[in-house]
Design a protein around this ligand. Structure first.
Ligand SMILES: [Zn+2]
Length: 171
């Protein structure tokens, strides 16, 4: 395997950024690392995030964008999205910037694609949310999608998610 001369240094730096993100919020750090690893093409953070948080994401090699949305009452909310892929940031922005938050079928399908959810799980969730599946509570907890019954994709994803989750817990 090719080895970058400064790989160890970068790894140390990456760990520091992850550690700092964990101090803001464990789930934010988890999403950031999943996105860095390419397991999620794009992630969305719905809680407020200041410039320090944005900078940490950027230092991990992620592109960030803050997107203004509205809720039913007309109140404005700011979402933070991050991705390694400029096209995904652009797709999200084109579709959702300054738009009301909605849970339409179309939106759920589109978000599923952006967030890296298996299409089978998204489709089942649309038909029947939280249908029983074969996952343990712990397994389901480390995912961001609800696995469909007898899912063929989730078990494979789960292993990759689990290694990121465990890494984060040992940082
Ligand atoms: Zn599935």
């Amino acid at each position: 395997m090719l080895r970058e001369p400064n790989e160890d240094f970068n790894l140390k730096e990456l760990n520091q950024h992850i550690q700092a993100l964990t101090e803001i919020d464990f789930e934010l750090a988890y999403l950031a690392l999943l996105t860095c690893r390419g397991l999620k093409p794009l992630s969305r953070w719905e809680k407020p995030l200041d410039d320090d948080g944005l900078e940490l994401l950027q230092k991990m090699g992620l592109l960030t964008k803050q997107i203004r949305r509205t809720v039913k009452t007309g109140k404005e909310v700011v979402e933070t999205i991050f991705s390694r892929l400029p096209a995904y940031i652009q797709l999200y922005e084109q579709r959702f910037a300054n738009k009301p938050i909605d849970k339409s079928v179309q939106t759920q399908l589109f978000e599923g694609l952006l967030f890296g959810y298996p299409p089978c799980c998204v489709n089942q969730y649309i038909r029947q949310p939280y249908a029983p599946n074969n996952l343990t509570t712990r397994e389901q907890k480390i995912l961001f999608h609800w696995a469909c019954t007898n899912c063929k994709i989730t078990p494979v994803l789960l292993n990759a998610y689990k290694s990121v989750y465990d890494l984060l817990n040992n940082t």
